[in-house]
Design a protein around this ligand. Sequence first.
Ligand code: OGA
Ligand code: MN
Length: 248
Amino acid sequence: MHRAGGLWRRAAGGGGAAAGPGRGLGTGAGGDPGLLRASSPEVERRLRGLALVRGGFVSAGEAAELLRELEAVLGRRPYQFDHWDGAICGYRETERSRWGGAGRAVLGRVAAAFPPGRPPLPLVHVLDLHPRGHVRPHVDSVKFCGCTIAGVSLLSPSVLRLRSCRPPGHWLELLLPPGSLYVLRGAARYDFTHEILRDEESFFGGRRVPRGRRLALICRNAPHDTTPDTPGDSPAFIGDAEAPAAPQ
Ligand code: OGA
Ligand code: MN
């Protein structure tokens, strides 16, 4: 069993502190509001700047190079349809720290989504979801993952749904087109579960989002130390962070 996802995911729950990213990486902070749907305006306000998605983060050339590079590693492995932690189904995965030029460029831009002094870990989690694969609701383990999660999606579009742990019933959905970046931090990372919808349930409002094979590069930072407040809690931080646009 690969170390990657198994340690990071746990079935549900929450509780914790907060944190923060980059240009444009949020409603009001430059993300793409059209790629978000909330159960209410309150939820949208609560998660503004904390759950965000930005389309067009990866250029077509970068995506092609990344796919070539990852296919050489992943293409030989079978998909797994049972995972011991129950959070994920129909996937294969690896962790990677050495990248070609496109990977270095993309991950360099992703790093801007992390708070100062809390950079992404060098090992990037690469998750390859089968067209019938999905990720069930979970909160990434606070033992192995810090305040910020940032994911780049390739190949198939998908829907990432956040559901509040307390009170239940509140949700936010992120439409993740290929080449997009999403960021979860603060309340979105700790107080909401996240999941990638299975094909049958893959809708963004009334819009069907057919799920094919999806590859994700997921960056996380190290777990929190004992500091109660992180810079990401402050709105000033969100406004300050700048992530350069993808090259054309
Ligand atoms: C995970 C996870 C989401 C994604 O592996 O913990 O939540 O974008 N993945 O694939
Ligand atoms: Mn997760």
